[in-house]
Design a protein around this ligand. Structure first.
Ligand SMILES: [Zn+2]
Length: 123
């Protein structure tokens, strides 16, 4: 039986039905699953901007750890490593772009940060 060509429910692009899960393409699934990681990176840049305006120098290891975490998360969702790299770069770029129009309450930011920490430091 051949695959049906079906529209992804998030981006509306057409995909063979076998590539969709829950009617979503891999790119949209990754995007949904990595929200906390994107938010963590956007919050990092936002805070870094504030502090560097005051003359502080941020430790680059912290951003590296956040980026590594995002890439590991994407890799866990995408079987093909090459496609995983492409999608991870895309999510990272989105996080950076998100920085300046980022609006989130301190409570939401705290909850997202805790979610990221929990996955970074499994019990
Ligand atoms: Zn999609």
């Amino acid at each position: 039986m051949t695959d049906l060509i079906v529209a992804c429910r998030d981006c509306s692009k057409a995909f063979p039905s076998g590539e969709l899960q829950d009617l979503r393409c891999i790119g949209c699934r990754v995007h949904r699953e990595c929200e906390a990681e994107r938010v963590a990176i956007a919050l990092y840049f936002k805070k870094q901007q504030r502090y560097s305006a005051a003359g502080a120098i941020a430790n680059p290891k912290q951003l590296l750890a956040l980026k590594r975490h995002l890439f590991a998360r994407v890799a866990s969702l995408v079987p093909d490593p090459r496609q995983g790299m492409v999608l991870a770069e895309k999510e990272y770029d989105l996080a950076v772009k998100q920085t300046n129009r980022f609006r989130v309450s301190p409570e939401e930011a705290g909850a997202l940060r805790r979610k990221v920490l929990k996955t970074l430091l499994p019990a």
